[in-house]
Structures are given as C-alpha cells and as structure tokens.
Design a protein around this ligand. Structure first.
Ligand code: 6PG
Length: 257
C-alpha cells in the first residue's frame, strides 16, 4: 500500500462501508505487524461511535488470525461517561463487536475509567496511565483510529471546544453538546504524536464535514480534524462514496489499496 506522506494525507474511497472497512482492516494489521516486528509491541487507539463496528467485526472474524493480539495493547480515544455496560459506552461497543471474540490478554485492554464520581479524576487517572505506559511526555501510538462526526468533532473534541487548545494534558474530561454530555477524550497533542492516524468516515451525512476537513474552508477551531497533523506520522482517510460525495478527483487517491 502506498504510504501517504505526513503532509498529504491518503484519501481512499470505496463503494461502501464494507469495502472501506476491509481495506482499513488490512492496513491496520500491516501497521500492527510492522510495529510488533520493530518494537515487540503495538499500541492502538480505538474509536467509538458506529462507523468502526464493521472494522471491529472484521478484526474479530475474517482477519482475527492476522493480528498479533498477544502483543497488541488497546486504548481508547474517547469515552462517554457512562457505566462500561451501558449501550452508549464506546468500550461496550468494542467489547460486543471485537473484544469478546479475540484471544487478547485482558491485561492488554486499557479502557477509559468511568467509575470515578468526578470525571476529572477519571481523566487524570487515564492521563497517568498513559504517562506510565509510554516514556516521555506523549504516548507514541502506532495507530489512532478516529471517526468524523457530521458536526466535525473527532474523538470528543468538538468544534470551538477549549479542549482543542490544551497542550499540557494527555486526557481531558469535557462537557459536550451531545448525548451523553460528559466525556473523556485524548487531546490533539496525543493524536499528533501518533505514528499514524486512520480516519473512518462513511455515509452521505458526513459529506459536508469531510469536504470541510479535506478541502475547506475550515480551521482547527471550527473543524478539529484540520488540527490533526502528526509531527512524525501519517494520516489516512478511509471513506465510502457516500461520505465522499463532495470530493473531487484531486482529493481522492488514484489507487486505493
Ligand atoms: C464517539 C466517537 C465520536 C465518533 C463520531 C462519529 O464517542 O461518538 O468517538 O468521535 O467517532 O461522532 O460517529 P459515528 O461513527 O457514529 O458516525
């Protein structure tokens, strides 16, 4: 697969979410295996929402044997501040579609805590966990999975949120204009220290926010995805035709993997 340059993201468009998820799964496995080959471990950040479900199901079934689960550590990019067994929980969604179906050691699974009475304490606990697991001020995730909402938010970094300006925290507790309103989220510096960011975007409802993110007019405050510029990593957009409705040929990679 051609490696997109850090300056120019790879935008790969597929007829439907299944084709998109299949290609993204293959690329994710390639990155994970390269990381394990090079470092002995791989650290992945899972996204919430609905779009990743198809990818997670593929990783749990057809592609399960290709991922070195014993050497893979799973983290989350954001979490709704609800119990882990709540249907709105991102951990719950990943558990249902992936975690319950793969031979991953429980010690490799690092959900964001949602049991502290104060979400700020939960944010600080996960921030500390990342500080312990990774040397230096910022974790170096091998791949961060992100979705893109119709309103432009990524993880739980919403347009115009003060959390977008934070440069001294790995994890924040935020109040967001969506249900449920209390959430935990990684910050932009964490995303921008990743080796790779994979956006998963599907459906016509995302066409506007995707066009703004890739073509503009937009800025990192009104469109958080524009602030995703890894210092030493690449960005790959895995997109279906519905979300790509407004994207012209110049934006689309000519040869999707
Ligand atoms: C969440 C996600 C969020 C999501 C987008 C897209 O907790 O909801 O992390 O950032 O990725 O809202 O959601 P869909 O994939 O459901 O469209």
């Amino acid at each position: 697969m051609p490696t997109p340059s850090p300056t120019k993201p790879g935008v790969y468009v597929y007829p439907d979410i299944d084709g998109m998820s299949r290609a993204a799964a293959r690329a994710l496995i390639d990155r994970a295996r390269e990381a394990v080959e090079a470092e002995g471990r791989c650290a992945l950040v899972l996204s919430g929402g609905n779009t990743p479900r198809a990818l997670y199901r593929l990783l749990a079934t057809e592609f399960a044997r290709r991922m070195p689960w014993g050497q893979v550590d799973l983290f989350w990019g954001d979490e709704r501040y609800v119990p882990a067994d709540d249907s709105r929980s991102n951990f719950h969604m990943a558990k249902e579609t992936l975690l319950d179906h793969i031979p991953i050691p429980p010690a490799n699974i690092h959900p964001m805590p949602t049991t502290h009475p104060d979400p700020e304490d939960a944010a600080r606990a996960y921030d500390a966990l990342l500080g312990q697991r990774f040397p230096g001020p910022w974790p170096r995730f091998d791949v961060v999975l992100l979705g893109l909402a119709a309103d432009g938010h990524i993880a739980s970094l919403f347009p115009a949120s003060p959390a977008l300006q934070v440069t001294n925290r790995r994890v924040m507790a935020v109040q967001v204009p969506a249900e449920p309103p209390r959430r935990l989220t990684i910050t932009l510096p964490v995303i921008n220290h990743a080796a790779a960011v994979f956006f998963l975007v599907a459906g016509k409802g995302k066409a506007g926010s995707l066009h703004r993110a890739l073509v503009g007019p937009c800025d990192p405050v009104t469109c958080p995805a524009v602030g995703v510029r890894p210092e030493a990593g690449d960005v790959v957009w895995w997109v279906d035709e519905g979300a790509a409705t407004f994207l012209g040929p110049a934006v689309r990679a000519t040869s999707p993997p």
